[in-house]
Structures are given as C-alpha cells and as structure tokens.
Design a protein around this ligand. Sequence first.
Ligand code: G5P
Ligand code: MG
Length: 229
Amino acid sequence: MTLARPIRLLLLGAPGSGKGTQTSRLLNQFPSIRAISSGDVLRTQIAAGTPVGKEASTYIKNGQLVPDSTMVGLITSQLSQKGWLNQSSTWLLDGFPRTVNQAKSLRGVLSKSKANLNLVVELDVDQRIILDRIEARWVHVPSGRVYNLDYNPPKVPFKDDVTGEPLSKREDDTAEVFQRRLDKYNQEIGPLKSFYADIGILSTVSGNTSDIIYPKLSKLILDKFGTTA
Ligand code: G5P
Ligand code: MG
C-alpha cells in the first residue's frame, strides 16, 4: 500500500511495548517506509566494536540512556548518509528521540531540511505485562528481527527465519536491568510527550497486545496520510 503523503513518524513506547514489532508490521504494509531503530543501530555498533559501540555498551548493560550528544550525532548522521533529510522522504524512527534534549536537537536538524516529523505515536501498553515478554525475547542482531518464544517463535528454535543464523539474548533483557530501563522511560516520557503535544503531532494508541494495537496504528496512519489509488 502506498501513502499519498510522505510520513515521518516517531514511535514512542516503554521497553518491550512493541515498537520493533509494530515497525516490522508497518514496513510490511507500507513498503515505501524505511526505518531506523536506535537500539538496533547501537547493537550493530557494539557488535562491530566501534568507539561508539564501546561507549554505548556500558550504558545499555546497566539500563541507562546513552548520552544525548552521542545519540544525536549517531542518528542524524545516519539520516544524512541515507539521504533522508529532505521533504519528500518517508521514514520512521523507533526509539529516538527519547529525551526532550534529543527531540530539540533533532527538530533543529530536520527543520533545516524541511523534513520535520509529522506524526508521533505513543504505544500505551500496561507495564505490568511487559517483563514476561522480554524474558522470552530472542533477537537476530544483524537484521534487528525480533522473536518471542511464546508470541512469535522462530520457525526453527533459536534460529533466524531468514538467514538460519543463531539468535541471541539481549544483555539488557534481565528483570533487574529491565526495571531500570522502565524507570528511566517513565521519568523521560512525560516531558517528551508534552514537547510533541505542543507541536500538535502526538497521538496515543492503547492495547495490551500488538494485535490490538496494530489495526489502530494502521488506521491512524491511513486517516492522516491517505493512499494513492
Ligand atoms: P531499545 O533497543 O530501543 P527499548 O527498551 O526501548 O530498547 P525494546 O526492548 O526494543 O525497547 P520494543 O521494541 O518496544 O522493546 O518491543 P519489541 O521488541 O517489539 O517487543 C518485545 C518482545 O515482546 C518481543 O519478543 C516481541 O516478539 C514480544 N511481543 C510483541 N508484542 C507482543 C504481544 O502482543 N504479546 C506478547 N506476548 N509478546 C509480544 O534501546 C536499548 C537501549 O539502547 C539505548 C538505551 O540504553 C536503551 O536502554 N538507547 C538509547 N539511549 C539514549 N537515547 C536513545 N534515543 C536511545 N535509544 C536506545
Ligand atoms: Mg526494540
């Protein structure tokens, strides 16, 4: 399905709320949309042993946020390298910005290119049900594909469906680190939502499963951006 107008979407949501899951579904339904997941970018840097990866690793392991300046530099340079800083580009961001400082910096960069975000969606999931999900999560780091032993298991246990390569656990998917990530999220999300609500582009979709959330998210996008015939 092709959208009539370019969408530049940010997905907000607690750790494990389903940002990656909703991103995959959106890319499936709307093939013109491309995506950057800040967590995936960081995990790729860590796997490659780059200086940014080395810096980020300590923060991620402890459930803390990577410093704003590092994140802004990393993601805006990706946007630029991919040629996405123009007003006809269509993309989505999963997990960045996640502080008001990051949001302000990104807005400065995007404004110059007339490529500002035009929709921010908060995925609102009951936080009491999320821990079980991430304890059962397995990931394929090179592609960012996400599995869950109960909800969407791989076809062959512990192997990626597309490449057959082994899946791994994320270092930060333990109960202790998860609680720290959640606390940090709850601390940052209020001001971040206010920032985007003031600009007039914030929406919230609620539901305790990704199957409940996805049709709401898809409808919101179709209503706002339309489709070509
Ligand atoms: P990430 O990688 O952005 P989080 O913590 O924001 O990490 P996470 O954990 O990746 O978010 P998600 O993408 O929202 O969660 O959720 P998901 O992977 O789609 O779903 C979670 C699991 O539940 C999966 O196994 C999925 O299959 C399953 N699932 C989905 N829906 C359902 C359902 O309906 N039912 C069930 N039963 N299961 C379901 O960031 C990681 C770290 O990087 C740093 C920080 O240190 C951060 O902690 N970082 C940043 N630091 C500073 N600024 C930034 N902008 C940063 N971005 C990343
Ligand atoms: Mg994710």
